[in-house]
Design a protein around this ligand. Structure first.
Ligand code: UDX
Length: 447
């Protein structure tokens, strides 16, 4: 099929490359010339395992193109909208400007195919519920045979290629008019034929349900993380160990073990912004009480960052002025170079504001950090960063940091204090090597 993907950021670039991998003829459209230039050379503009290989292969084969020229999308049968919906400046809601611009572009340039089938607009961006109805109405007003489906994505950074090629489920949000909905379904079925043949669960729903699925899933995940972080606060107050607690409750498969990792909390381009936009939308719909619990989820999450800073102060026995802190990991999670709403970056900023001298290392984001903050000390190696440190803080659980050897590092530091912001180190191993270990809701317990 001929496909266009409008918006080649994280979601769009991965989606475009994966659609080419499924055998489609894909053109990706973006306004950012530098990004388009890189993608056109088969180079990923951000760190995502597996993406460079797909880009290189399909750009070379000619099945995948990127452009800033909107006329190039004219003959696509399906136009996927993958533009960003960032948080509005100073407000909780989402900025829908780019979604509406994408619809304008499609209406201006799409040309109906000759085969009697419609042009399909497939929304993938995370949007406030009700957006799809509005877009469908605009498409209908145009009087042309252009119809809409809402087809949310659930990709995780670091696993985006796998999540797109072999998703847990596919959701089609379709028009309540079944005849129109079926025409859209037919085109999406053809697009996702490989995955449907592999028995990927397919959920058919109306537009609002499909829009809600995405924000509901992210709200649930955020709630799960804040729940376990609230339990970490209880563990800190009582001497309990939240990692044991999570393991024990996680064996109940109604609860499940995943997303019960207590620590400095969630960040990234999705979870924080999505729960805030969801609350804002609930307010507009007059059902804000249904989501007041998400305010608490957000508050618990942000409190983790204060807690990490307080722990650093505790470790140095008071004021941070002039104390050297080695920060290991600055991205919002491992296997990405994404710094959006990163708890690690926020904590580092607060430590710096309190006068600490920072040495920050990260396997993927050092370069960006040096560019953005030339005043910061961003050494090449962990050894350089921890040399002379009063506190070592592990804030992003990159594999190489989880595996660090406490015995060899201890000779480099000024004071052997380690704050395990993600509860991924073995407290006994570090304590036995001579370190004072600070976990997030866990200490060094006999059990
Ligand atoms: C998330 C959703 O998982 C994905 O389904 C959706 O499509 C987009 O948003 P992503 O933002 O890539 O994906 O990150 P995710 O792996 O969900 O992690 C989010 C944050 O939560 C990270 O900062 C991570 O460190 C933190 N986290 C995750 C925890 O603190 N504890 C956990 O147990 C799990």
């Amino acid at each position: 099929m001929r496909i266009s993907v409008i918006g080649c950021g994280y979601l769009g670039a991965v989606h475009a490359a994966c659609m080419a991998e499924l055998g489609h003829d894909v053109v990706g459209l973006d306004v950012d010339e530098a990004k388009v230039r890189k993608l056109s050379q088969g180079v990923a503009p951000f760190h995502e395992p597996g993406l460079p290989e797909l880009l290189a292969r399909h750009v070379a084969s000619g099945r995948l193109r990127f452009t800033t020229d909107p006329t190039q999308i004219a003959d696509a049968q399906i136009h996927f909208i993958g533009v960003g919906t960032p948080q509005l400046q100073g407000r909780l809601g989402a900025d829908m400007t780019y979604v509406h611009q994408a619809v304008d572009t499609i209406l201006e340039h799409a040309v109906a195919p000759q085969d009697g089938r419609p042009v399909l607009v497939a929304g993938k961006s995370t949007v406030p519920v009700g957006t799809a109805e509005g877009i469908a109405a605009r498409l209908a007003e145009s009087g042309r045979d252009i119809i809409l489906a809402w087809n949310p994505e659930f990709l995780r950074e670091g696993y985006a290629v796998g999540d797109t090629l072999t998703p847990d489920r596919i959701v089609y949000g379709l028009c309540e008019d079944r005849a129109v909905g079926n025409r859209a379904k037919e085109l999406l079925d053809e697009c996702y034929a490989t995955q449907l043949a592999a028995d990927t669960p397919l959920i058919l729903a109306n537009y609002p349900t499909a829009e809600l699925v995405k924000v509901a899933a992210n709200s649930f995940l955020a709630t799960k993380i804040s729940f376990i972080n609230a339990m970490a606060e209880l563990c800190d107050a009582t001497g309990g160990d939240v990692t044991r607690l999570a393991e024990a409750i996680g064996h109940d498969d109604r609860i499940g073990r995943k997303f019960l990792q207590a620590g400095i909390g969630f960040g990234g381009g999705c979870l924080p912004k999505d729960i805030r936009a969801f609350m804002a939308r609930a307010g507009e719909l007059g059902v804000d009480e249904a989501l007041t619990f998400l305010r608490e989820v957000d508050t618990i999450n942000l409190r983790r960052r204060d807690h990490a800073v307080n722990l650093a102060e505790e470790a140095v026995g008071g004021r941070l002025v002039g104390k050297k802190i080695a920060v290991l990991g600055i991205t919002f999670k491992p296997d990405t170079d994404d710094l959006r709403d990163s708890p690690a970056l926020d904590i580092a900023g607060r430590l710096w504001a309190r006068g600490a001298e920072l040495a920050i290392v990260d396997p993927a984001a050092s370069h960006t950090l040096r560019e953005r903050r030339p005043d910061l000390n961003v050494p090449e190696t962990v050894e350089e960063a921890v040399t002379g440190a009063d506190v070592v803080m592990l804030l992003t659980p990159w594999r190489e940091y989880v595996r660090l050897d406490p015995s060899s590092l201890i000779s480099l530091v000024n004071s052997p204090n380690v704050i395990d912001g993600r509860n991924v180190l073995d407290p006994h191993e570090w304590a036995d090597a001579g370190w004072t270990y600070y976990g997030m809701g866990r200490g060094v317990s006999a059990w």
